[in-house]
Design a protein around this ligand. Structure first.
Ligand code: MRU
Length: 348
């Protein structure tokens, strides 16, 4: 049994009220020092929240965008406004496929019936269902993934694939929370995750809240940790997985996978089926978000580089399938990572 003292963090995404209600987001740009909830009553506020990473993580931005489409009905039922909201929200961030997957589901609701008066409740029901399905997928990912780890496992993770990035338990972190629920102890090295520090600000906080032993490291220390410590596994989340198993995830994931291969450490990617893009085969075709230079040269408003320096700031990289030991999905473990195995498990 779990004897740790745990504290469950507030939900990243919450719908308050009925069809005339609003979306409440936990502002992740303020964590871990401030717990601030931001209400969104307009589609544009949801777009801004996704763009600026107040809400982030592939499943969470899909859920938030789905509720964003519901907000388009506050001025009254309108198919045109719902579709325009979906198109607009789709321009917020390009890499995580969950965003487009969730918006396609919302568009299908609009197209399913000619009747417009019942559109707002039907849209809210679909968004709530996307939200609830994600909760169940995260729990199932945790159960499948926990079977891969023994007691006292030492794990490295990158970025934040926890409750903050999803509806509740997360993907990569769900595996660790489930181990804890099963009474297995885990120790986690947390990559700080430059340039926006989702590891330091969000993952370290979530693990601490849950009473899981966490040690914060700079991204550049991960290979050294593998060389000098026993590490059982690397577990990360994903923003998009192609049909052949190439994985887009937070910048730095690829180098972590190379280091893991060199050291013989299993490299696991945990993600729900909503993260698979079966229309793309090669990872090189995944659109990679480029973000503002200021995030690197003046992180959080503090200049650390000479003014005017040229900056390259891709937010994601692609880890080729060949470096991935297994994909942990809600439908089971996919190994070896091949198109055939992915289609067998995800397309079934
Ligand atoms: O830029 P972010 O913070 O949205 O990037 C998030 C990640 O890379 C996560 O690992 C991924 O979305 C999976 S979250 C379950």
């Amino acid at each position: 049994m779990n004897t740790h003292h745990t504290h469950v963090p507030p939900a990243a995404v919450r719908w308050v009220g009925e069809t005339d209600g609003y979306l409440e987001l936990l502002d992740q740009t303020r964590l871990p020092t401030e717990l601030v909830q931001v209400p969104c009553r307009e589609v544009a506020q949801v777009w801004e929240a996704i763009k600026t990473l107040r809400v982030r993580g592939a499943p969470a931005i899909g859920i938030a965008a789905a509720y964003g489409v519901v907000l388009s009905q506050r001025e009254g039922p309108s198919r045109e406004r719902a579709l325009a909201a979906a198109d607009y929200l789709a321009t917020s961030r390009p890499t995580a496929v969950n965003l487009f997957w969730a918006l396609d589901r919302m568009r299908s609701v609009v197209h399913a019936h000619a009747e417009v008066d019942t559109l707002p409740p039907r849209l809210l029901r679909e968004a709530a269902q996307i939200h609830e399905e994600d909760r169940r997928m995260c729990r199932a990912i945790g159960r499948h993934g926990a079977a891969l780890l023994g007691d006292s496992a030492v794990v490295i993770t990158h970025c934040n694939a926890g409750g903050l990035a999803t509806s509740e338990y997360g993907t990569a972190l769900s595996v660790l929370f489930t181990c804890q629920d099963q009474g297995k102890s885990v120790r986690v090295f947390v990559d700080e995750t430059r340039p926006l520090w989702q590891g330091a600000r969000l993952t370290a906080w979530e693990l601490q809240q849950r009473g899981i032993a966490a040690t914060l490291i700079c991204d550049a220390m991960a290979a050294h940790v593998m060389q000098t410590h026993h590490v059982d596994a690397v577990i990360v989340g994903a923003d998009r997985i192609t049909a052949r198993g190439d994985v887009a995830n937070k910048i730095g994931t690829y180098s972590l996978a190379i280091a893991a291969r060199h050291h013989g450490v299993p490299f696991y990617v945990a993600a729900p089926s909503s993260t698979f893009d079966m229309a793309l085969r090669e990872g090189t075709h995944i659109p990679i978000e480029q973000r503002d230079a200021s995030e690197i040269a003046q992180p959080f408003g503090h200049a650390i580089a000479p003014a005017g320096i040229d900056v390259y700031n891709p937010a994601f990289d692609v880890t080729p399938a060949e470096l991935i030991t297994a994909l942990i999905t809600e439908r089971g473990i996919i190994t070896p990572v091949s198109e055939q195995e992915i289609r067998r498990v995800v397309d079934a």
